[in-house]
Write a protein that binds this ligand. Structure first.
Ligand code: FE
Length: 183
């Protein structure tokens, strides 16, 4: 399983990762690698670096096409990704992935200027995902054990859409993945 998991992640990000990332100017591969690099540069632990790398893997394990949001479909990629990951990793990896869409709704509900920082694809999907959180939803979110990591991941996600930015290759993260699998 361990070897398979590493290979599958490397293959998905290197292969299906060539798909465009919604409306944005980077593909899934560049988006994943930029998110992981931001987590690494912020001094995050292995689990959050790996979570950042694979946070959109749910977009790569479904067959809803390249851009389901264009058809008004919420692909629920955060849940698909978390379910795929939870057979392989612990909650420090899976829960920030599961919560990264909720974290966008949370940040839009708690920070006045957050909405203005969303990319066009994130604005479009926000409506499909339920819009900014209500006060009751905010309180429920803050009670979840991994919500702070999910908020950090979300901020990396928002920033990981820079066209042409140089990053390490996916192979750079193999040791991080292996340490999380062994943990
Ligand atoms: Fe993302």
């Amino acid at each position: 399983m361990e070897h398979d998991t590493v290979d599958t992640i490397v293959d998905l990000i290197g292969g299906k990762g060539q798909r465009q990332y919604g409306l944005s100017s980077v593909n899934q591969r560049a988006h994943a690698l930029q998110a992981a690099l931001l987590a690494e540069q912020a001094g995050c632990d292995d689990a959050l670096i790996v979570a950042a790398l694979v946070h959109d893997i749910g977009h790569m394990v479904h067959d809803l096409g390249e851009d389901p949001a264009a058809d008004g479909i919420d692909d629920r990629h955060e849940e698909l990704g978390a379910v795929w990951l939870e057979n392989r990793f612990g909650p420090a990896v899976t829960e920030p992935v599961r919560l990264h869409v909720a974290a966008k709704r949370y940040l839009c509900g708690t920070e006045a200027d957050y909405f203005g920082r969303l990319s066009p694809d994130s604005v479009r999907s926000l409506a499909l995902q339920g819009g900014p959180m209500s006060p009751a939803e905010i309180a429920a979110f803050e009670a979840l054990p991994h919500h702070e990591a999910a908020v950090k991941l979300r901020r990396f996600d928002e920033s990981a859409k820079v066209k042409g930015l140089a990053t390490p290759d996916v192979e750079h993260y193999v040791p991080h993945i292996q340490r999380c699998l062994g943990a």
